[in-house]
Write a protein that binds this ligand. Structure first.
Ligand code: FES
Length: 104
């Protein structure tokens, strides 16, 4: 099954299958997304889930605090519905008082 993925604030849209990561689908659609390791370790791709559902594997490099704040890693997140993601190169304003994902 394929689901519509929309990125904010860019407005980019593409479809992703349930058996692929959102980053893999973005690459196939030639939609630019920041990324590094592609295995859930570096957190370069971090985004906030604004709507929809994703499946995230266990053992990623997100803290419980990050997960509680709806942060996801598109390089390993697989869609389970239509998904709206907030993706921004400067995550500080988005993630507010949370520790920046790459500084702890
Ligand atoms: S690219 Fe490294 S965690 Fe997603």
């Amino acid at each position: 099954m394929r689901h519509l993925i929309r990125l904010e604030p860019s407005g980019h849209e593409f479809h992703a299958r349930e058996d692929e990561s959102i980053l893999e689908a973005a690459k196939r659609a030639h939609v630019p997304m920041e990324h590094g390791c592609q295995v859930g370790a570096c957190r370069t791709c971090v985004a906030r889930l604004l709507g929809g559902h994703v499946a995230m594997p266990a053992g990623t490099n997100l803290s419980d605090e990050h997960i509680a704040a709806d942060l996801v890693l598109p390089c390993v997140a697989r869609p389970r519905s239509a998904v709206l993601l907030e993706v921004h190169p400067d995550v500080g304003p988005i993630f507010g008082a949370l520790p920046l994902p790459w500084t702890d």
